[in-house]
Design a protein around this ligand. Structure first.
Ligand SMILES: Cc1cc2nc3c(=O)[nH]c(=O)nc-3n(C[C@H](O)[C@H](O)[C@H](O)COP(=O)(O)O)c2cc1C
Length: 356
């Protein structure tokens, strides 16, 4: 009988110049990946995820201009610790020298630096980055090549499906040949975003994956459960699967024993207490993970809106848990104007405005 080899991580400082699948095996050949998400994929969530089924985490996207120029921006937005691994730190921008300058600040604190070629928001159009570079291959090539030839850690790239499948394959080959050691493909086009976005096109991902040889490949889009993740891996033949929206709601979705929303919230809050982030992070994650309960217990949701620290949030969770156990339901709220629907695009616009 053949021996089963379980990939083990090789410590960062002992990896030397490992490429493609050698690098992939050195970080443990991860299968389950937390997506880069602005305001979401922060250190406490990454640590939580690594304890609950996730095997590789991306940071949120950082604007390389700000990151390179402002030490306050770096301190405010980039946090890490030794347990925060494997970690890919993501940048957006269109200037290779500035992106290199930014990446140098993190190269000793991460496993790879990722370039965002996928952001479809208006902010990316105005800033000339993300998916708005997808027709400017010289810039894409130069960003990846500059990082590849100058950084101590590998460079990787995340991009979207294009309308023309062959063009997507050619673009992925170009990124690989420019030096990207891992590729991640989101199975929606630049136009497929927001409320009415269709499910991610796993078949389009499979086509690109099968045409590309020699580079570890991550499939992204429409994964909300471990079963989704397994069928995405099977259908796309990718090495790994990345989840974004699903992880905001259920960050233990890659675990074979997913935690309840309460358990997720409590565990995440312990990481938030140890590694404080912006005030809104702990509150927003708690709300997102318990959205349905807070819709019913709207008075507690109003209290949560005022809470900032784990010490302030935990008693609200205690009350919510007790009410659910005892079956208590508050009287319906007094009528008030229905808040306007806020889409992810609106959120991204809001978050990213200050990053311009
Ligand atoms: C709140 C939010 C923030 C996001 N921020 C980023 C980001 O910083 N960088 C990036 O490449 N993609 C970002 N994305 C896109 C996700 O990484 C992912 O590609 C997309 O959500 C599709 O995967 P899903 O269907 O699992 O959600 C963001 C998505 C969401 C929902």
């Amino acid at each position: 009988m053949g021996m089963i080899t379980i990939p083990l991580m090789i410590p960062r400082q002992e990896r030397g110049n490992l490429r493609y699948y050698d690098f992939w095996r050195a970080i443990g050949a991860p299968k389950y990946v937390l997506a880069p998400m602005v305001d979401v994929s922060e250190l406490p969530l990454r640590l939580f995820c690594l304890q609950n089924g996730t095997e590789l985490c991306y940071s949120p996207m950082y604007n390389c201009k700000q990151f390179a120029a402002l030490s306050q921006y770096r301190t405010d937005f980039f946090q890490t610790c030794p347990e925060d691994s494997p970690l890919f730190v993501q940048f957006c921008g269109d200037n290779p020298e500035i992106m290199l300058e930014a990446a140098r600040y993190v190269e000793n604190h991460c496993d790879a630096v990722d370039v965002n070629f996928g952001c479809p928001q208006g902010i990316a159009k105005r800033g000339h980055y993300g998916a708005f570079l997808q027709d400017e291959w010289d810039i894409m090539r130069s960003l990846v090549h500059t990082l590849h030839t100058n950084l101590k850690v590998p460079v990787t790239a995340k991009f979207r499906k294009q309308n023309d499948p062959l063009r997507t394959v050619r673009m992925a080959e170009m990124l690989r040949d420019a030096g990207a050691q891992v590729l991640c493909m989101h199975g929606r086009t630049r136009e497929e975003k927001g409320r009415d976005a269709p499910p991610a096109d796993w078949e389009a991902i499979r086509l690109v994956r099968e045409a590309l040889v020699g580079v570890p490949f991550i499939a992204n889009g429409s994964v909300y459960t471990l079963d989704d993740a397994k069928s995405c891996l099977e259908k796309t033949k990718a090495d790994a699967v990345m989840a974004g929206d699903g992880m905001r709601k259920q960050p233990s979705l890659f675990s074979s024993n997913p935690l309840s929303p309460f358990e997720c919230s409590r565990q995440l809050l312990t990481f938030c207490a140890k590694y404080p982030t912006s005030h809104a992070f702990a509150r927003d994650r708690t709300l997102q993970m318990n959205l349905k309960s807070f819709e019913i217990h709207y008075d507690l949701r109003d209290k949560l809106a005022e809470a900032h620290t784990p010490d302030e949030i935990n008693p609200i969770l205690d009350s919510l848990e007790e009410r659910i156990q005892t079956g208590f339901v508050p009287d319906p709220p007094p009528p008030r104007e229905k808040p306007e629907f806020i889409s992810i695009d609106d959120v991204m616009e809001g978050i990213s405005l200050f990053q311009e």
